[in-house]
Ligand binder design. Structure first.
Ligand code: BTN
Length: 263
């Protein structure tokens, strides 16, 4: 990663205090472990390789060295705004940045993935807690860029890379700079019009009234999405009429026309 080129193209708060390590365990963890008082709004860490990259629900996040965008950002976070809103904001920022840099269209997948041609290309992991500087959260973003998933068995099935889908490599420094710019825009929106971020996120997901297949700790089941909540949860109704809130699961839309009803 040409970190000087990236530094030169950053003009806002996000990424202004930019750290680079050729290799690190996890960028989220590195940021989390900074001493209290040493990070500010927008402090970011970028790496070329993570030996213990972390995904949601204890999964690993793997990318070959020098192939991808792996970064985390500390954001000043008002206590009254749910952590889930940072994922919504980051997903919208990543979607805009990726579209601007590649010209391709990306879809959001609940709760925090970006898909390209139906396959996962970007994941987001937001974290907060007492163990880190008070008033901050960490948003970690991984974008699969310039490698072939078929050659890397450790990368989850159903994933892809920008290069695989577009046939050409992306310039990671440009993509990172655009991502920082879009995060700046969406972070401002979140502070000024928090409802707008939720509305934009939920309309991109387009899940309301859809029949979904939910895979969670209790098994695999189907339900109709009745609403998305500002805390990121899915409100669903099972076929027996029972209503549930889903916070953590793999959710996919069952291919079925809207309005279809099951007995
Ligand atoms: C997921 O989809 O499960 C979330 C993946 C998040 C991966 C990124 S890569 C940079 C940052 N550091 C980490 O350890 N994880 C996030």
């Amino acid at each position: 990663m040409d970190i000087d080129a990236l530094r030169r193209s950053i003009s806002g708060d996000i990424g202004a205090d930019l750290h680079y390590l050729p290799e690190v365990g996890s960028t989220n963890r590195w940021l989390r472990d900074r001493p209290i008082g040493s990070i500010k709004h927008g402090t970011a860490i970028v790496t070329d390789y993570q030996s213990q990259g972390r995904g949601r629900q204890g999964r690993i996040w793997h990318a070959p060295s020098g192939s991808s965008l792996l970064l985390s950002i500390a954001l000043a976070w008002p206590p009254d705004i749910a952590l889930a809103q940072s994922v919504m904001m980051a997903a919208l920022a990543a979607k805009d940045a990726l579209r601007r840099e590649t010209g391709l269209q990306f879809e959001l997948k609940w709760p925090n993935d970006l898909l390209l041609n139906g396959k996962k290309v970007c994941g987001i992991l937001a974290e907060s807690g007492n163990y880190m500087s008070p008033g901050f959260i960490i948003v970690g973003i991984g974008v699969n860029c310039n490698f072939d998933v078929a050659e890397i068995p450790v990368v989850l099935a159903g994933a892809t890379t920008l290069q695989t889908e577009s046939g050409r490599p992306v310039e990671r420094e440009r993509l990172a700079a655009e991502l920082f710019r879009q995060l700046e825009v969406w972070y401002r929106s979140l502070n000024e019009y928090p409802d707008m971020v939720f509305t934009a996120w939920s309309s991109c997901l387009d899940l309301e009234d859809q029949i979904v297949v939910i895979e969670d700790a209790s098994g695999v089941w189907e339900a109709v999405v009745t609403a998305l909540q500002p805390d990121g949860a899915l409100r669903v109704r099972k076929h027996n009429g029972e209503t549930r809130l889903v916070y953590a699961a793999n959710v996919s839309v069952r291919k079925q026309p809207r309005g279809f009803t099951t007995p």
